[in-house]
Design a protein around this ligand. Structure first.
Ligand SMILES: Nc1ncnc2c1ncn2[C@@H]1O[C@H](COP(=O)(O)OP(=O)(O)OP(=O)(O)O)[C@@H](O)[C@H]1O
Ligand SMILES: O=P(O)(O)OC[C@H]1O[C@](O)(CO)[C@@H](O)[C@@H]1O
Ligand SMILES: [Mg+2]
Length: 527
């Protein structure tokens, strides 16, 4: 495959992720192979923090402007942004028996059936809210009148008919970063399987996250179907994980020295920021490297995504802890069960675990403030529960109630703020409160966080991992870089990395799901 640099290309640095640089893009996708020159879109004022346009709703063309901005933001970076490249017919056959692998001769039936079309799109909104005050309403215009806008350039994920790499020449690397998450091994396994299906022979694992790129003594791990066949049977990461790391330039030096063509980064928001920085640095150096991320977080806190892999498993595993807390509390005189679950900035695990168990009386999450003391505080409610039903069970997310705790200013190796331990704080507060008022209370505190994170993916997460792992490879072969993928509004789509890491996704306290949780626990407002 011949490679020629494009004369002009704008490189986007990590600091310049926001829209103005994206506004500079001149090309609109019509397909992966053909691109039409499109008139440069009108620059629109953008509110940098909210990510929303300053739209004038009296302007009859506001919808068009909104969509244009959306198109710009969600256009997927592609290696033809830098290179003049001709694609070749894919080696990924959907019907193996009729089309031998690696010969590039995809049958005409295959061409018609099953490959993802350049114009396939997913719809972002499916509900029209009658009022901005409706539960869960996310409105564009003040009347909440507009529904239909598309993940215009968030193309449906899947194999394309045309690819931009010669599989036999590709060296692909996989790295897992951040904390553990059920399903990491399933994703690694599916990436390897799919790469081999395209005909890639040189696949390596980078040990212990980004650290594996620079730490002397950490060797690449050759990967194949044989090597990864059974890794999904246990939790953790077959490759190892780590936080913190080297400068992006050092990582890209290493990528260059190792002659890596495709890098698959499985990780959370930090890993995605790193993946995007690597992608930008590769562009700056004019390296033909596709960097494709796969979102990993049990916290389910990545924007736009219905759910991330590991989350279902975490919720399911949390049931065991909640059930134990319930049994302990139910069996003790004035028993109180307290369970702390993960969720640094989002309370999805705590909310879903509380809802699904049906055993929780009080659920506390970071998104909803509360007081512990006083007439309307949590402790008063616990007194009430002991008086009325004789026991109670509380579920707290680790990031809850941080405003009630002393800040430590400490950070981990990746720069994440180390939170004060709300579970322990709550344990001490409850003990002291009941001692002070002279009421017996038998508190059992359970912190199952690492047990939940280290376990193997359940069935639904294993399927999600399969979809995401396979499609990461399809995305790389389709020539995208700086992308990630996820299930958005029940459809799987590719997204540009910067758009998903602008802020963590939070539980909406005005959502039906949080209202359901309140109905289920019966807890009052703690104010
Ligand atoms: N802004 C950034 N730019 C470049 N690299 C980053 C950035 N933020 C984090 N990283 C790197 O990404 C890796 C993973 O980051 P981090 O430890 O925050 O985990 P994460 O991917 O967010 O996963 P988790 O959900 O478990 O926290 C680390 O090696 C870290 O150095
Ligand atoms: O102890 P570690 O490895 O830093 O991970 C803890 C963090 O992992 C997360 O689950 C994110 O993956 C956070 O909720 C939590 O704070
Ligand atoms: Mg993170």
């Amino acid at each position: 495959m011949t490679v020629a640099f494009k004369a002009s290309c704008s490189s986007i640095t990590q600091q310049q992720w926001w829209h103005p640089t994206r506004d500079q893009r001149q090309y609109g996708f019509t397909s992966l192979g053909e691109r039409k020159f499109r008139k440069r879109p009108v620059l629109l004022p953008v509110k940098a923090i909210s990510g929303k346009l300053d739209l004038d709703f009296s302007d009859p063309s506001w919808k068009q402007k909104y969509q244009e901005d959306w198109d710009r933001r969600f256009s997927l970076p592609h290696i033809t942004d830098i290179y003049d490249l001709e694609p070749r017919t894919t080696t990924f056959s959907l019907k193996k028996n009729r089309t031998p692998l690696g010969d590039g001769d995809v049958s005409s039936t295959d061409m018609r059936n099953g490959y993802v079309n350049k114009d396939d799109r997913a719809l972002l909104k499916v509900i029209k809210y009658a009022s901005p005050n409706s539960a869960g309403a996310e409105c564009i215009d003040p009347d909440c009148s507009w529904v239909e806008h598309w993940y215009d350039l968030m193309q449906h994920i899947g194999p394309r008919k045309e690819i931009y790499y010669e599989p036999e020449e590709v060296k692909a690397a996989i790295v897992t970063c951040g904390g553990l998450c059920p399903g990491l091994n399933d994703v690694i396994r599916q990436i390897v399987f799919t790469l081999e299906t395209y005909g890639v022979k040189n696949i390596v694992g980078i040990p212990f996250g980004y650290r594996g790129f620079f730490e002397k003594g950490l060797k690449e791990m050759p990967l194949s179907r044989d090597v990864v066949e059974n890794i999904n049977l246990s939790g953790g990461s077959f490759l190892g994980v780590s936080r913190g790391g080297a400068k992006t330039s050092e990582i890209v030096d290493s990528i260059q020295a190792r002659r890596i063509d495709m890098l698959f980064v499985i990780g959370g928001n930090g890993s995605h920021a790193g993946a995007n920085a690597i992608h930008e640095e590769c562009r700056k150096r004019k390296l033909k490297v596709s960097v494709v991320a796969v979102p990993k977080t049990i916290d389910n806190d990545i924007l736009f995504m219905d759910k991330t892999f590991g989350f279902d498993t975490a919720v399911e595993e949390a049931q065991r802890a909640i059930n134990s807390a319930y049994i302990e509390a139910r069996s003790a005189y004035h028993g109180i069960g307290l369970v702390k679950l993960m969720g640094r900035s989002s309370g999805f695990i705590a909310m879903h675990a509380s809802l699904s168990s049906g055993q929780i009386d009080v659920c506390l999450i970071p998104e909803v403030s509360f007081t512990l003391d006083g007439e309307h505080g949590v402790l008063q409610h616990l007194e009430h529960l002991l008086n009325t039903k004789g026991f109670c069970v509380i579920c707290v997310a680790e990031g809850a109630g941080q405003d009630l705790l002393q800040k430590s200013n400490a950070t981990d190796a990746s720069g994440n703020v180390i939170l004060s331990d709300f579970g322990v704080h709550m344990q001490q507060k409850i003990k002291k409160h009941f001692k002070d008022i002279g009421v017996p209370a038998d508190l059992k505190y359970i912190d199952p966080t690492y047990m939940i994170r280290a376990c193997r993916a359940n069935a639904s997460d294993a399927i999600l991992c399969t979809v995401l792992g396979q499609n990461a490879v399809h995305g790389a072969f389709a020539g995208f870089s700086g992308i990630t993928s996820g299930v958005c509004n029940t459809h799987y789509v590719y997204l540009p990395i910067p758009e998903v890491i602008t802020t963590p996704k939070h539980v909406n306290p005005n959502s039906r799901m949080w209202h359901r949780c309140l109905t289920s626990t019966g807890q009052p407002d703690f104010h």
